[in-house]
Ligand binder design. Structure first.
Ligand code: HEM
Length: 535
């Protein structure tokens, strides 16, 4: 008789254990519908955004490639206790980002140090709602109304002069233009953010560097510290974590303080300049707090300059590697006096795309600066069917979109690894691609338009896409009209017409994974000033 209570306790404990195990297994499915396939037992150290995780992105892309190969275009990994869904299908991307735009317009909450610091009040980190809408509308209207012609001309002129000087001073004209290109793009966006006069502050000051150089240095310093601190969970022991964490967080706080002071110095200077409207002026009319103002300036400069300058370096690298394309581009730009930077419209109303635009689009397809969109999340469970299998994307999961994978999908693109701008001209498989899919609501365009999404799609798509395209076209065209960009093979420049040595690649096109996917080896090229410029 006395055994009965014991048996009852044992049976009850067993029931609880069975229930808990079942509950744990059920994390892999909701209402009987499974999560997308993946490796449920392997919990990768993911944060909400891949942008915060550069040390592990390289290994992650290999894991993902294997998973996609084994299970199809939608797979699951685990970020701590949250499922992280990875989408590499343009149809599912269209369905979730465009057709169900409002459901997938949310961002996961973040514990990242960037989000609690300089990035805390940005458009990208704002919860989908009123504040986000006001800030985003403000940014979009500023970019649409901004007169970019003047700052663009000044930045391009300064860039050409710097490269001219560098090529003259270098042996045989061989230069590594990466930093000069990046600085020119940074100065252009600084003019849009802080006013035209900001470019003038780039001259050396007492500290041996201009305000913009200092600001750019601070961006690099903060990003590098955030990446190191976000990788903290990879450090094996608690003691090491503390030793790793404390000095770096102190440095981060200090860098953020200096960043705050530099931005406010530019804002104060701006008030004296009294020029055409800049982004800071629009923010001042919104009556934001100082931290919000600084955070939004950080976001503007960070989102705009790093991505655009990275794209520019990839474009120029491609033109060095493919001399025939560079030649065709030069002919197209200079032929019959045309110096167009945009698509032209014929009398019939249909648009004819310039070869220059086709080159930029092909570079963005083949080398998207962001290999993944910023992470999205959903406000409810969403069921979907991919390749005949039903699955659920649970509410609150981290949803990542493989930009590079979609742009290189062999089902959408012929010879996807080949760099061929002609695919964006009439008759090519990319000709129909225009603008950003789904922005402006209304269900969005057909999935055909989602063959590449370097700027994202739907409500959270990049608000700077149109400006970036103009900047890339203008910089690229001017750089090609002014210089011949020649390959440097095996450490020595090849003169025109000489046979290239086969064994040494002229340009290393391998990628360095990170917040933005840069070239692993910065471009090295021989610059030759063109005849018509010399005259
Ligand atoms: C080649 C240049 C650029 C590339 C490749 C690029 C790419 C992207 C991508 C992939 C996203 C995430 C979209 C999503 O999560 O669905 C994004 C968001 C964003 N970008 Fe860009 N971008 C570029 C230039 C710019 C510029 C010039 C600006 C501003 C001046 C800008 C401001 C932003 C902002 C504020 C967001 C967040 C939007 C939101 O959450 O509502 N970007 N960009």
């Amino acid at each position: 008789m006395s055994l009965l209570p014991l048996l009852f306790v044992a049976a009850f404990t067993l029931l609880v254990v069975v229930f808990l195990v079942a509950l744990n297994n059920n994390k892999q499915c909701r209402y009987g519908i499974p999560l997308p396939p993946g490796c449920p037992r392997r919990r990768l150290p993911l944060h909400w955004s891949l942008f915060n995780l550069s040390p592990t992105v390289a290994s992650l892309s290999m894991v993902l490639r294997r998973l996609h190969h084994a299970h199809g275009p939608v797979v699951t990994l685990w970020a701590g206790s949250k499922p992280a869904i990875f989408i590499a299908s343009h149809e599912t991307a269209h369905c979730t980002l465009v057709r169900m735009g409002a459901t997938f317009a949310h961002r996961p909450s973040s514990s990242s140090l960037l989000s609690s610091g300089v990035n805390g009040y940005g458009v990208n980190s704002a919860t989908y709602g009123n504040r986000w809408a006001v800030l985003r509308r403000n940014l979009c209207s500023h970019l649409a109304a901004a007169d970019i012609g003047g700052p663009l001309r000044r930045s391009v002129d300064r860039l050409l002069q710097s490269l001219d000087r560098a090529a003259r001073e270098a042996a045989d004209g061989v230069v590594v233009p990466s930093d000069t290109l990046r600085h020119a793009v940074f100065c252009f966006f600084a003019a849009l953010c802080f006013g035209d006069q900001a470019i003038a502050t780039d001259a050396d000051d007492d500290d041996g560097g201009g305000l913009l150089k200092r600001l750019r240095g601070l961006h690099a310093e903060i990003l590098s510290l955030v990446v190191q601190l976000d990788a903290l969970h990879l450090v094996p022991s608690m003691a090491l974590q503390v030793a790793h964490y404390l000095p770096r967080s102190w440095k981060l706080l200090d860098a953020q303080r200096r960043h705050h002071a530099t931005v406010m110095a530019l804002v104060r200077a701006r008030r004296l300049w009294q020029q055409k409207m800049c982004y800071v002026d629009t923010l001042l009319t919104l009556r934001l707090g100082e931290h919000e103002l600084v955070s939004l300036c950080w976001e503007f400069m960070n989102a705009a300059a790093k991505t655009t300058s990275t794209a520019l370096e990839w474009i120029m690298a491609r033109l060095v590697l493919h001399q025939d394309i560079q030649h065709k581009l030069w002919n197209d730009i200079t032929g019959d006096g045309r110096r167009s930077t945009t698509t032209t419209t014929t009398c019939g109303g249909e648009s004819r795309r310039s070869f220059a635009e086709a080159v930029v689009l092909e570079a963005l397809r083949r080398h998207p600066p962001a290999n993944y969109l910023l992470a999205h999340t959903t406000d409810r469970d969403v069921s979907s069917v991919v390749q005949g299998s039903a699955f659920v994307i649970p509410k609150g999961s981290i949803v990542n979109y493989g930009v590079a994978e979609i742009g290189r999908d062999a089902k959408l693109w012929a010879d996807p690894d080949v760099f061929r701008p002609e695919r964006f001209l009439e008759g090519g498989e990319g000709f129909s691609i225009r603008g950003i899919p789904g922005v402006g609501g209304g269900g969005g365009p057909v999935p055909e338009m989602m063959k590449m999404i370097p700027f994202g799609a739907g409500r959270r798509a990049c608000p700077g896409a149109a400006v970036s395209m103009k900047v890339l076209l203008s910089f690229m065209e001017n750089l090609v009209v002014h210089f011949e960009w020649k390959p440097v093979v095996g450490g020595c420049a090849c003169a025109c017409g000489e046979e290239e040595e086969e064994e040494a690649p002229a340009v290393d096109m391998s990628e360095k994974p990170g917040l933005v996917t840069e070239m692993r080896t910065p471009l090295r090229t021989r610059l030759v000033v063109r005849q018509h410029v010399r005259r």
